[in-house]
Design a protein around this ligand. Structure first.
Ligand SMILES: Nc1ncnc2c1ncn2[C@@H]1O[C@H](COP(=O)(O)OP(=O)(O)OP(=O)(O)O)[C@@H](O)[C@H]1O
Length: 623
């Protein structure tokens, strides 16, 4: 990853530090040799901008308030100084057992991710450093016994930290010297304000605080007042163009049914190269889209708050290992608010607003002691409701690796949310693409019953997103498909959509949860004993409650424009860079194996289309 110039609060550091030494290396940061080994094992060649800036200041003992873009390496920026401090302490008092670092994160997925990052960075520290994640859904007794051993680092959501702190009469926080609030711009929107207030009262004086965030918000200000003493403020923008990384952003104006049409064409013709995360407006839409794609033989997994946390983590892991290519995710607990307003300080200080509460809080994965009770009244009709996890959230912080495209099937309702969603691609200096479907107001009114309600404001939200991105020197460009050519696929799309009835969606939803609960709970012990078997547990299997129409799985030749056939048969694809280069989604090794097999069987191998662009064959293009 290359590093660029950053802007830094002048009160926080000498002026000459506003320019990062481009030759900075981890070995110049004064870190322990064991940590350097851990860093080398992770193949981090150079510190990222936020790491190069934050680590030296943190090692001097300064509080850090850092805003840096999504995927820029903020986790290691706070973990390394904390690990360094623990190693130093252990040199003088090797037998002293105390929890000196508390890391608070908004979601369970993120807690797990931070825990793993800690273990990887501390991999060469032997048993000197112990970290525990208490955000997971294991019994309180188990967690308490883990905490009783006073691990050096505790990772939790604010509500879990408070529960344990109360249970242990504040011994969890009593000796803490380092506090991190990761995704500081989000924790308050998760309804954790009271928990954080309560935790802050039990913290010892003079501890070092890290507030890490991707966007600057009034929430971060609130936390700064609550937890920091004169922090070093880092506002870091990496120049994505020069950096070789960054997200190319596109939008397509279309109606509700055209969303399905386009998604069918995009995936069936493999116009997107590589892995894709599709964000939809709610859980039902996850299954609706999954069942729809299934009709065409396109496999995908769903990710939403109803699934048990173990399944969610496993899905992300497997996706990162390239087992799956498409995830359809909800963005429940969406981040409300718009950066523009925050940045202009037009809005008053954020209060805990009931509308900002997560949609529902009764959950199978939340333990009884969860202090945030359900906010919605139970429905009159006594129906066994599947519970959702209020500590769910995949659009923020989760390190999805090598994602080529984020597809906003349903646009989020705020520009902040958009920033976090598209931050799932182009991470760690890579490139990526974001494509958003936007329903114009008139089309929304015309098809109101079928469109997702949040789409009513699509155009207004897009205007905010565009303004905000432009301020940061980024463009959201329109992508125009030649709808005449795409239209040829409509009757197949209609066929498939008709089969995905409401009943089919409901059935699929119930079946998936049943399957995942079974896998998550009953098989948990088995997988603990036989971790290798986890490989065989797939989450993208067919759910099949919709009528199976085998003919839809193939694209007949007559549907393809003559010029496009060759390109499509070679599975060309829209490149995530948006620069119009088209490469196969199929891995080249797969191609080689296929060709070798065909040759062996005496069949002729069709020549590649040489990167011809099927989207161009559709006469579409960016304006
Ligand atoms: N110095 C480095 N060199 C190369 N890769 C790095 C470096 N530091 C971190 N990474 C990788 O970059 C990815 C993103 O890191 P991380 O999750 O810490 O980003 P983040 O800034 O916290 O993102 P978000 O705002 O979405 O939470 C991870 O896969 C991580 O392993």
């Amino acid at each position: 990853m290359k590093r660029k110039h950053g802007e830094e609060d002048q009160t926080a550091a000498p002026a000459d530090e506003s320019v990062v030494d481009l030759d900075a290396s981890f070995s110049n940061l004064g870190l322990d040799a064991r940590l350097l080994q851990g860093i080398a094992k992770l193949n981090f060649a150079h510190p990222t901008l936020v790491q190069a800036k934050a680590i030296p200041l943190a090692l001097e003992g300064k509080d850090i308030l850092a805003r840096a873009k999504t995927g820029s390496g903020k986790t290691a920026a706070y973990l390394l100084p904390i690990l360094q401090a623990i190693l130093k302490r252990k040199e003088t008092s090797p037998n002293e057992r105390l929890t000196s670092a508390l890391i608070l994160v908004p979601t369970r997925e993120l807690a797990e991710q931070v825990h793993r990052a800690t273990e990887r960075l501390a991999a060469y520290c032997g048993k000197t450093i112990r970290a525990v994640n208490v955000a997971q859904n294991v019994s309180e007794q188990v967690q308490q016994s883990l905490l009783a051993e006073h691990p050096d680092i505790v990772i939790a959501t604010p509500s879990r930290a408070l529960v344990h702190n109360n249970l242990s009469a504040h011994t969890l926080t009593s000796k803490v010297t380092h506090l991190v609030i990761d995704e500081a711009d989000l924790v308050l929107s998760y309804g954790y304000e009271d928990d954080l207030q309560a935790v802050s009262k039990t913290l010892p004086k003079g501890l070092q605080t890290f507030l890490m965030s991707a966007t600057l918000t009034t929430e971060v200000e609130t936390l700064k007042t609550l937890f920091c003493r004169n922090p070093a403020i880092l506002r870091l923008e990496e120049d994505a163009e020069e950096d070789g990384g960054g997200v190319s952003q596109f939008c397509v104006k279309c109606g509700e049914d055209e969303k399905f049409l386009l998604v069918y064409v995009i995936f069936k013709l493999k116009l997107v190269k590589g892995k894709c995360i599709i964000f939809v407006g709610d859980i039902d839409r996850c299954y609706r889209l999954k069942l729809f794609l299934e009709q065409f033989g396109i496999r995908s997994c769903v990710l939403n708050s109803e699934l048990p946390v173990n399944s969610r983590i496993h899905i992300v892991d497997e996706f990162n290992k390239n087992v799956y290519e498409i995830i359809i995710a909800t963005d429940e607990n969406e981040v409300l608010g718009d950066e523009e307003e925050d940045e202009a300080e037009a809005e008053p200080k954020a209060e805990s607003n009931p509308s900002k509460e997560p949609p529902t809080t009764t959950t199978t994965t939340t333990t009884k002691t969860d202090p945030t009770p359900a906010t919605k009244k139970p429905p009159k009709k006594k129906r066994k409701k599947v519970r959702r996890d209020k500590e769910y959230g995949v659009s923020r912080g989760i390190d999805f690796q090598n994602v080529a495209c984020v597809l906003n099937f349903d646009l989020p309702t705020s520009s902040k949310s958009y920033t976090h969603r598209i931050g799932r691609t182009a991470r760690a200096g890579k490139t990526g693409m974001a494509l958003s479907f936007v329903i114009p107001e008139a089309l929304f009114r015309a098809h109101k019953p079928t469109s997702h309600p949040s789409c009513e404001r699509d155009e207004k939200v897009l205007a905010k997103i565009t303004r905000h991105q432009r301020k940061r020197g980024k463009e959201v460009r329109p992508y125009t498909f030649d709808m005449k050519q795409v239209e040829a696929f409509r009757y197949r799309m209609d066929d498939a959509l008709r089969a995905v009835t409401r009943v089919a969606v409901r059935e699929a939803r119930t079946r998936e949860i049943r399957q995942e609960l079974l896998a998550s709970e009953k098989l948990k012990r088995h997988f603990e004993e036989n971790p290798a078997d986890l490989v065989h547990l797939r989450h993208d299997g067919e759910l099949r409650p919709a009528k199976v129409q085998p003919h839809l799985k193939h694209v007949p030749d007559y549907l393809l424009p003559a010029a496009g056939k060759a390109a499509i048969s070679a599975s060309s694809a829209l490149d995530g860079t948006g620069r119009g280069t088209f490469v196969s989604i199929r891995k080249s090794s797969d191609n080689r194996i296929r060709k070798a097999r065909m040759k062996k069987a005496g069949k002729s191998v069709r020549k590649s289309a040489g990167g011809r662009d099927p989207l161009k064959m559709f006469k579409g293009g960016r304006k």
